[in-house]
Design a protein around this ligand. Structure first.
Ligand code: GDP
Ligand code: MG
Length: 177
C-alpha cells in the first residue's frame, strides 16, 4: 500500500459454463439477487450481473457472465471467455450426461483463455439427492485430477451458492494482489 486514501478497484470477469438446464442462470440469480425460478426458460437478455464483496477491507467486484442459451457445444463464442479470470463449470448431480460433458467444457475454457483462470467444478441441484446420478466422490475426484475447486450446490435452497462464487473471487484476488 503506497498512499492513503487512494482507492484501489478490482473488477474480475467470471464465466458460468455447462450444459443446458444444469442451473447456471439460477445460480447467478441466487447469488446476485437471492432469487430462484422454478420454471426458468432459456436465458434471454441479461449478459452479466455485477456483484461486490469485501476482501481485506477492499471492494472487489465480480462481473459474472451467463451464457444466453448458447450451451450447445461450440456455440459459446470466444468473446464470452475473453478476459475471464474465473469460471464455474456446472453439472447437474441428477443427470449423469451433464457430468460426462464437463471435460469438453473444460477443454473449451482452456482453449479460449490466455491467463490462469480460477476454476470451480460445481455439482448443482444437491437438493435432488434422492435421484442423484453422480456420487459426490466422483465430482471430488474429477476436480482433484483437473486441479479445480469443488463444491456441490443448490440454487433452489441456496446451499453453498455464495461460498462457491466467493471462493473463486477470493482466489482471483489473491493471485493478482
Ligand atoms: P441453465 O440452462 O443452466 O441456465 O439452467 P436454469 O437455471 O435455467 O435451470 C434449469 C431448470 O433447473 C429450471 O427448471 C430450474 O428451476 C431448475 N434448477 C436450477 N437449479 C436447481 C437446483 O439447485 N435444484 C433444483 N431442484 N432445480 C434447479
Ligand atoms: Mg440459462
Amino acid at each position: 500500500d503506497e498512499s492513503e486514501g487512494e482507492a484501489e478497484e478490482y473488477l474480475f470477469k467470471v464465466v458460468i459454463i455447462g450444459d443446458s438446464a444444469v442451473g447456471k442462470s439460477n445460480l447467478l440469480s441466487r447469488y446476485a439477487r437471492n432469487e430462484f425460478n422454478l420454471h426458468s426458460k432459456a436465458t434471454i437478455g441479461v449478459e452479466f450481473q455485477t456483484q461486490s464483496m469485501d476482501i481485506d477491507g477492499k471492494e472487489v467486484k465480480a462481473q459474472i457472465w451467463d451464457t444466453a442459451g448458447q450451451e450447445r457445444f461450440r456455440a459459446v463464442t470466444s468473446a464470452y471467455y475473453r478476459g475471464a479470470f474465473g469460471a464455474l463449470l456446472v453439472y447437474d448431480i441428477s443427470r449423469r450426461s451433464t457430468f460426462d460433458n464437463v471435460g469438453r467444457w473444460l477443454q473449451e475454457l482452456n482453449t479460449h483463455s490466455d491467463t490462469t483462470v480460477a476454476k470451480m467444478l460445481v455439482g448443482n441441484k444437491c437438493d435432488l439427492d434422492n435421484i442423484r446420478e453422480v456420487p459426490v466422490e466422483e465430482g471430488k475426484a474429477l476436480a482433484e485430477a483437473e486441479g479445480l475447486f469443488f463444491m456441490e450446490t443448490s440454487a433452489l435452497d441456496a446451499t453453498n451458492v455464495k461460498t462457491a462464487f466467493e471462493i473463486v473471487i477470493k482466489e482471483i484476488y489473491s493471485s493478482v494482489s
